[in-house]
Design a protein around this ligand. Structure first.
Ligand SMILES: *[C@@H]1O[C@H](CO)[C@@H](O)[C@H](O)[C@H]1NC(C)=O
Ligand SMILES: *[C@@H]1O[C@H](CO)[C@@H](O)[C@H](O)[C@H]1NC(C)=O
Ligand SMILES: *[C@@H]1O[C@H](CO)[C@@H](O)[C@H](O)[C@H]1NC(C)=O
Ligand SMILES: *[C@@H]1O[C@H](CO)[C@@H](O)[C@H](O)[C@H]1NC(C)=O
Ligand SMILES: *[C@@H]1O[C@H](CO)[C@@H](O)[C@H](O)[C@H]1NC(C)=O
Length: 376
């Protein structure tokens, strides 16, 4: 049984990390179930271990009339607000929604309290050729990229997830008692040893199962579909004379998203400025400087972030913008009560949407069921 569980864990892990197919994909919302978009079948967090690419589709199957597929804006989604900003609605029971552009899209069923009960979905659509997208080519006449490595940017390293190692092997049976002259005692001892050995096998299997489940939970939590790499300026990259305020208006930024700045190295830079520095196009007291030409800035706190290019003249030619980074969508269990937060209260502090929990619990549940099937 232990071996079966280990194989199962390995198989599930492998499945979780298989590279996505190159061609456009139809995602059956809620899994392969024919009624995946129903309160009984849909599991919040379903989207988290999937990659959604431009030209993929979402396929919502459900009994027509009993649910809707309603696309809304993020605020309406966070509030489960049925009369909020509806972008589109589908009601046929077999609704195919093309994912025709990058970015996040938000859906729920607008009937009754379906959304509060968890019938809601956010997907993050990445470019068809994968993420990150190819770096912008250097501008004509740009100097050859300098091969000398620059100081590593002060971005946070990618989250390191401590591997869950299998629990140590169960303890060996206790040593035989010193008095073994009586054959009865020897018999009893043998029975006890056998019982202990059997218990040890079961305990080992349980430990392997627990380790497997923890690995699966870790896999689910490390591959959130929610956090996004957002390429500043999209295909225009980071350059002068581009309307970054308009670009900011068309995007949303959440904690743990990453801004990707692409430009010809040496021609521009990325400065995380203070509010005063931003107003004055100055990098005085800057909070961070990046110069690689393919700079990744992890937005690890909610609130205002100010950016500009620190190269002469760039800032006054429009290479500046500020973003409001919104707090949570929670991707794990709420943390235990902690000391008062040091970040100022954000304008947006609505109830966290907690949905990795569903995915993790579902994965754990599936693993338990599958292991039970294998074992018995
Ligand atoms: C749809 O809803 C109706 C009543 O609202 C119910 O009687 C019916 O069983 C539902 N159909 C399915 C397939 O859930
Ligand atoms: C998506 O499909 C359309 C036609 O269906 C095609 O013109 C376009 O190039 C595709 N986009 C990507 C990014 O593959
Ligand atoms: C965010 O990242 C910066 C740079 O790596 C780091 O100094 C800071 O402590 C981080 N903040 C939080 C809340 O993780
Ligand atoms: C940028 O900062 C200014 C204040 O300096 C604020 O009024 C504006 O709303 C901010 N823009 C964004 C997109 O957060
Ligand atoms: C951001 O990522 C860190 C590290 O992976 C994680 O601990 C934290 O819960 C995440 N925060 C949010 C709001 O998703």
């Amino acid at each position: 049984m232990a071996a079966s569980c280990s194989r199962l864990a390995v198989w599930l892990l492998a499945a979780a990390f298989l590279p996505p197919p190159a061609s456009a994909e139809d995602h059956m919302v809620g899994g392969s179930a024919s009624n995946g978009w129903t309160l009984t079948n849909y599991i919040i967090g379903w989207a988290e271990d999937q990659t959604f690419r431009v030209n993929d589709t979402l396929v919502f199957n459900y009994p027509a009339g009993n649910y809707t597929v309603t696309e809304v804006d993020s605020q309406t989604f966070r509030d489960c607000y049925r009369q909020g900003n509806t972008i589109a609605e589908w009601t046929t029971g077999h609704d195919v929604v093309p994912l025709d552009k990058t970015g996040r899209r938000w859906f729920f069923s607008s009937l009754d309290n379906h959304c509060d009960l968890g019938l809601k979905l956010v997907v993050n659509v990445v470019p068809a050729d994968g993420t990150p997208a190819p770096a912008a080519p250097p501008a004509p006449g740009a100097p050859t990229p300098d091969p000398v490595p620059t100081t590593p940017p002060p971005t946070a390293p990618p989250p390191v997830h401590t591997p869950v190692s299998p629990a140590p092997a169960p303890n060996a049976p206790p040593p035989p008692p010193t008095d073994s002259s009586s054959s009865d005692a020897l018999m009893n001892h043998r029975k006890i040893s056998e019982a202990v050995a059997r218990a040890a096998v079961v305990a080992g299997a349980v430990q392997a199962l627990v380790a497997g489940v923890l690995l699966i939970v870790a896999a689910v939590l490390t591959a959130p579909a929610f956090a996004a790499d957002i390429v500043v300026g999209d295909d225009q990259g980071w350059r002068p004379n581009f309307d970054y305020d308009k670009w900011v208006d068309g995007n949303e930024f959440f904690v743990n998203d990453t801004l990707v700045f692409r430009y010809a190295k040496g021609q521009h830079s990325v400065v995380q400025a203070t509010e005063a520095g931003f107003a004055a196009c100055s990098q005085a007291n800057s909070l961070g400087v990046w110069t690689s030409g393919d700079d990744r800035v992890a937005l690890n706190t909610s609130g205002q972030w100010w950016f500009l290019s620190g190269v002469n003249g760039d800032c006054s030619q429009g290479m500046k913008f500020n973003v409001t980074v919104l707090p949570e969508v929670e991707l794990s269990l709420p943390p235990a009560p902690a000391p008062a937060p040091t970040t100022p209260p954000s304008p947006d502090s609505s109830t966290p949407v907690s949905y990795a929990v569903g995915g993790a619990v579902a994965a754990a549940g599936a693993a338990v069921v599958a292991a039970a099937v294998l074992a018995f």
